[in-house]
Design a protein around this ligand. Structure first.
Ligand code: NAD
Length: 295
């Protein structure tokens, strides 16, 4: 049993923390949302009164926060956790954030003798609940090996992308592709429906044809086509459109930093910027409503 501090108990962090408890670890948790803390308490966690309180006795610290600014403000500065966590502690940030922010936190952590890895995840809320997430790790091999037992309690695939920030770069590239194929899937389904097809029949055809992709097959955006996906529950839960917009912004930043052309990624970012104006909290598959409104 390891004493773990877990900070950020949202759609992803909540179920991830519960899987660590199920694996026999003792968790001290912190979140800004009282409801998230209550759910963790009910699952057996100890609720901390502040981030500093959560990490006081921690052997491992895990964070799962929305964006770069949340991670930087949690760890950096005079009040930040890097200054409070005991040297030698392993710190795992699972948030999807800018590689440059991740490297900044990693450098500050390493300067204080902490072992730090970025370990953003893929697999969505269903993967978080089932403990089948994919972790995409940036950092040194020794820190990854220390993290492996905890990551294995929350996921089933662990990739080592490279040094600090490399996990973030791989995650951002993946999510840019995800946004592109989700928007493309929504567009194809809307085209078929507008021309008289049943979206379920069209989905069955395309899943066995060359248009097959993850969004179509496992996360269908059209309501009524699949059970147990956000489209079947009014786009609640899942991965928010505003978070997808954030990831596409990270892809744009990375493309500028490297002089890369990402024309489809930019188009997807603009679609999500329009869509997030009134649907930022809805799952990202609700992008289909942009096309359905235009019918
Ligand atoms: P979420 O908005 O559901 O949860 C974030 C949680 O962090 C909230 O409970 C919020 O109260 C808490 N929080 C914010 N600031 C805090 C602070 N300073 N201290 C403590 N708690 C704080 O987000 P999520 O869907 O769980 O996503 C978390 C991260 O995982 C994001 O970076 C996202 O891009 C990434 N991600 C999400 C999914 C998904 O399907 N939802 C999939 C892969 C990766």
């Amino acid at each position: 049993m390891t004493q773990i501090a877990f900070i950020g108990l949202g759609n992803m962090g909540g179920p991830m923390a519960q899987n660590l408890i199920k694996a026999g670890h003792a968790l001290a948790v912190y979140d800004l949302a009282p409801a998230a803390l209550e759910a963790a308490r009910a699952a057996g966690a100890t609720v901390a009164t502040s981030p500093a309180n959560a990490v006081a006795a921690a052997e491992v610290v895990i964070s799962m926060l929305p964006a770069s600014k949340h991670v930087e403000s949690l760890y950096l500065g005079t009040e930040g956790l890097v200054a409070q966590i005991a040297p030698g502690t392993l710190v795992i940030d699972c948030s999807t954030i800018a590689p440059v922010s991740s490297r900044k936190v990693a450098e500050a952590a390493q300067a204080r003798g902490l072992a730090f890895i970025d370990a953003p995840v893929s697999g969505g809320t269903a993967g978080a609940a089932a403990g089948t997430l994919t972790f995409i790790v940036g950092g040194d091999t020794a820190a990854l090996e220390r993290a492996r037992p905890y990551l294995s309690a929350m996921g089933k695939n662990i990739f080592h992308a490279g040094g600090s920030g490399a996990g973030q770069v791989a995650k951002i590239a993946n999510n840019m592709l995800l946004a592109i194929h989700m928007a493309g899937t929504a567009e194809a389904l809307a085209l078929g429906v507008a021309n008289g097809l049943d979206p379920k029949v069209l989905s069955e055809i395309m899943v066995k044809s060359s248009g097959r992709n993850w969004s179509l097959e496992l996360y269908n955006p059209w309501p009524g086509v699949m059970d147990n996906v956000p489209a079947s529950r009014g786009y609640s839960g899942g991965f928010g459109s505003a978070l997808m917009l954030k990831d596409l912004g990270l892809a744009t930043e990375a493309s500028i930093a490297s002089g890369s052309a990402v024309p489809l990624g930019e188009l997807a970012r603009n679609l999500y910027a329009l869509h997030s104006q009134d649907a930022g909290a809805q799952d990202f598959s609700s992008i289909v409503n942009l096309y359905r409104k235009a019918e």
